[in-house]
Write a protein that binds this ligand. Sequence first.
Ligand code: SF4
Length: 345
Amino acid sequence: MINHLITQKNWQTQLSEAITSVDELLSILQLESLRADVYVPKHFELRVPRAFVAKMRAGDRNDPLLKQVLPDQRELTKVTGYVADPLSENSQNPVKGMLHKYQSRVLLTITGACAIHCRYCFRQHFDYSANMPTANVKAQIVDYITAHPEINEVILSGGDPLNVTNRRLFAWLDTLEAIPQLTTIRLHTRLPLVIPTRLDEALLDRLSQSRCQIVMVIHCNHANEIDAFTSAQLQRAQASGITLLNQAVLLAGINDSVEVQAQLSQRLFASGVLPYYLHVLDKVAGAAHFDSDERLSVALYWSMLAALPGYLVPKLVREVPNRPFKVPVNIYNDDENRHYGRLKN
Ligand code: SF4
């Protein structure tokens, strides 16, 4: 019922009414006893939309959705190897607001804002203020793409690209669709899970009319993120011709069991979404407690292969700075670097 009332509001109202107070969140969930464990860093404060909170279980301190958003003291722990910019993205900006990491596609950070703050986010220390494309930078981005004919796909990212108004988003689509070499526009977004109302009619209409193929990669880590309304919204998006894929992050204590992963894949598929990637955690400072042991991750993956049909098993990958692709985690006891060396020769 509460969720029903929330989803009646338009997405921008929901965005502005997101919970930013730890006390309010814990009070709604009847978990005031957790207050002493909470630590909120200045650079990345609590933010969670009410539609997402409505999918959490009151009174459950181990709720898998709550654990993704509630900041705690462990973020203060300094762990060797966990750094502010784990993917060295700050060195891959040929134009402000654009990352060119992979041969055939570029990524645009069209906003630094997200509807939700995920505690494990690898971009939580990213300097968005220095990387937002302004109007004149837009022309430079177009020039850069045109000068690189190997680029055929643009990824709209952020932050969350669906955090911007339809007007701004459509202006980006207009600009990109006018570049003849582009065949595909991809949106990386968590908004369909955290404010499902964001998939509004105007957005779906515009995306369905694009001359480019539209791929929407959502970011869902647990089946509980997909309730009946969210599932219906995703199915509407699929029915309007959008290819829907999911990328999840493997998170210790949240989705690192075969039961949880199988349930996630099945619920995604029932909602018109195919599992795409399961990312090993990027080693970002403050998030070491979410990381899972590599051997256990590989064992989990073998169990997923046994439990699910192949089309519901996402690729287990990690990002390695300066590699021109996401690196498949080696599930055979072989030397991954030797494989990479072979590929280069
Ligand atoms: S929505 Fe994505 S970019 Fe935003 S905080 Fe979460 S993981 Fe990071």
